[in-house]
Design a protein around this ligand. Structure first.
Ligand SMILES: Cc1ncc(COP(=O)(O)O)c(C=O)c1O
Length: 442
């Protein structure tokens, strides 16, 4: 394949979540991808240790998905789903529903994780209103939570930098649980930390403060990813579930990262044996081949809203032009079939102990102050440089990329989440490269 010329004017594209000036002074440009590897515009192969952005779970450019998209583009490029439909929308929803926990089989399609979160929050409000408890409007998130970048998502989210510039206009009726990360108790936990279930009881304190009758929903990531891989303590999610049920509060799991095999099961809900009322998803729903997200709601929620409307009336005033876009739906069907045919979730489960061992082998390396993991996700926290938080992890990230390995970083935490097709050799190379790089950074 001939390389396309690299454009030399990078100024027009205002890049998301990027230090624009720094990047454009020394760009890292990817040109193609196949399986576990990216290829850069200067012809280098780069092992994908982060499944793109935690999303390409089946590996890149899978033929079945590519073919499904190409065929769909030539057959039905677009069809509205407002008062109209196309068969693939319904089939994609059914396929997704099949791998959701029992009872969460009503699927609303969006185009991203952010939209899924805002959709879920709206569904929670609409549900309480439909059942005559419209005063339940408060939403509870968690410190360090990442729920995308919509105003709903940043309001329930708990990452200061994502809220600061917009703080004057966040949603008004919000509270936050404390996060569960406590290095003094949890450092170097393999899998779920033993300490910290009691932090879920903070929800009782919040309920006592606001009164349960004003609270619509609690939203958490079962495993927090973007904030730097925070693994829930043993028993924590079960406790949240119990408290929500006791007070009639909906529990929303934001599974945008954990959905579709990251922990070795279709969902984190299945992995932990805790069923929420609503699951948000995106990314690996269709292997990130076309933008798509979704919200799975319980039948009770769906039926309360849908059966509560007058006949002939629209029941939920919400939706996107591209909800269940034909190309995204075709990709979702092909992806779900691929996951099943290749048993990729079970593959991730089988690889998890090796992945854990490889990650924890970094314990004792220079700068490493914590390693944490679950399924095929791991976080390695580094000591921050005095006066320059994040600088060390950024340097590790750049040097790894130069050495042919793509990882993620947030603050001074390195994050690992390879496609589920990763081999044991590639796992060894991923963490081995990081070890070599760590030895070279100050
Ligand atoms: C848990 C979670 N929710 C929501 C989002 C937002 O997804 P998107 O970037 O597709 O809007 C992300 C993105 O990483 C996420 O990790």
């Amino acid at each position: 394949m001939t390389s396309r010329p690299v454009i030399d004017d990078l100024s027009s594209f205002w890049m998301p979540f990027t230090a624009n000036r720094q990047f454009k002074a020394a760009p890292r440009l990817l040109e193609s991808a196949k399986g576990m590897y990216y290829r850069t515009t200067d012809g280098r192969e780069v092992l994908d240790g982060s499944a793109g952005l935690w999303c390409v779970n089946a590996g890149h450019a899978r033929e079945e998905i590519v073919a499904a998209i190409a065929q769909q583009a030539a057959t039905l490029d677009f069809a509205p789903t407002f008062q109209m439909g196309h068969p693939l929308a319904f089939e994609a929803a059914r396929k997704v529903a099949e791998v959701m926990p029992a009872g969460l089989d009503r699927v609303f399609f969006t185009n991203s994780g952010s939209e899924s979160v805002d959709t879920a929050l709206k569904i929670a409000l609409a549900y309480h209103r439909a059942r005559g408890e419209g005063q339940r409007t408060k939403l509870i998130g968690r410190e360090r939570g990442y729920h995308g970048v919509g105003f709903g998502g940043i309001s329930v989210g708990g990452i200061g930098a994502n809220r600061k510039a917009y703080s004057g206009q966040l949603l008004p009726a919000i509270d936050h649980l404390p996060h569960t990360h406590s290095p003094e108790h949890n450092a170097f936990s393999k899998g779920q930390p033993a300490w910290g279930a009691h932090l879920a009881d903070e929800l009782e304190r919040i309920v006592a403060l606001h009164d349960a009758s004003t609270i619509a929903a609690v939203i958490v990531e079962p495993v927090a990813g973007s904030t730097g891989v925070l693994i829930p303590p043993q028993g924590y999610l079960q406790r949240l579930r119990e408290i929500c049920t006791k007070h009639g509060i909906l529990l929303i799991f934001d599974e945008v990262i954990t959905g579709f095999g990251r922990l070795g099961k279709a969902t984190a809900s299945e992995y932990f044996g805790v069923t929420p009322d609503i699951i948000t998803m995106a990314k690996a729903i269709n292997n990130a081949a076309v933008p798509m997200g979704g919200v799975a709601a319980s039948r009770t929620i769906h039926d309360t809203i849908v059966n509560g409307g007058a006949p002939g009336a629209i029941e939920l005033f919400h939706g996107y032009t591209y909800s269940a876009h034909p190309l995204a739906a075709a990709a979702a069907i092909a992806t779900q079939d691929l996951y099943r045919r290749e048993g990729l979730f079970a593959r991730a489960e089988a690889l998890a102990p090796k992945f854990e061992a490889a990650a924890h082998a970094l314990r004792g390396e220079k700068h490493v102050k914590d390693v944490r993991n679950l399924g095929l996700v791991a976080g390695v926290e580094l000591e921050s440089r005095d006066g320059a938080p994040g600088a060390r992890a950024y340097e590790v990230f750049v040097k790894c990329f130069e050495a042919g390995v793509l990882i993620r970083f947030t603050g001074d935490i390195l994050a690992f989440s390879p496609p589920l097709i990763v081999s044991e050799e590639e796992i060894a190379r991923l963490f081995g490269t990081v070890r070599d790089v760590l030895a070279t950074v100050q």
